[in-house]
Design a protein. Structure first.
Length: 211
């Protein structure tokens, strides 16, 4: 390995899940349900739609509207999209503490990526509307996939074979598959639903990268 490559080598590569890790997805979902209730859509009608959407793939506004129409609840897709858009603007589902942590990690020499599951249009909407203007600048790349995450993780590992590579997710099966298929990956379980300390997470990342 050349001296030039060593100087440029990042301290580590961090691949972040988005929903439930950096973005407070659970609270956003509850707030969106309440916003729909205020315009006359019963909460039970929305809850009946979610399991079939989960079985068919990933959430999308179009699937939600289709599920409501199947229950004889007719509302325009445009209106639903505006409700979700306004909710993202006003909800503060991406905290300043997370933003500062990501800034420190980037400044400390870490390359950071987002790897999110879902429909790309809806996921990017949450990232660009629901997060502040500095969010995008923390990451080398934002990636959204409907495939198992380890497939994309393997591509990142191939591109960055030397630094420590950390994968942070709130779904244990994603972490297990990553450990099974991705060479020398370090996996960390983290969920913002449980309100674990951001500072403790940052310390864990740094500790793993300096072993």
């Amino acid at each position: 390995m050349s001296d030039q490559f060593k100087r440029r080598k990042p301290r580590g590569v961090i691949v972040w899940d988005f929903d439930g890790v950096l973005f407070e997805t659970g609270r956003h979902r509850l707030d969106a349900q309440e916003a729909l209730r205020r315009i006359g859509i019963p909460a039970q009608a929305v809850l009946r739609v979610l399991p079939p959407i989960g079985k068919s793939g990933h959430f999308s506004i179009a699937k939600l509207v289709g599920g409501l129409r199947a229950q004889k609840i007719f509302i325009s897709e445009k209106r639903i999209r505006k409700i979700f858009h306004d909710q993202l603007l006003n909800g503060r589902y991406y905290s300043s503490a997370v933003d500062m942590m990501l800034h420190r990690l980037k400044k400390g020499g870490f390359l950071q990526f987002i790897l999110s599951s879902g429909m790309s249009s809806f996921q990017y909407k949450k990232m660009f509307v629901g997060c502040n203007a500095s969010f995008r600048g923390h990451f080398s790349k934002l990636m959204v996939t409907t495939k198992p995450k380890y497939v994309t993780l393997l591509k990142v590992r191939k591109k960055y074979p030397y630094p420590p590579m950390l994968f942070i997710d709130d779904t244990k099966s994603n972490l297990e598959l990553a450990r099974l298929y991705v060479p020398e990956i370090i996996t960390i379980y983290y969920s913002n639903v449980r309100q674990k300390s951001i500072k403790q997470l940052e310390r864990t990342i740094v500790r793993h990268a300096t072993k």
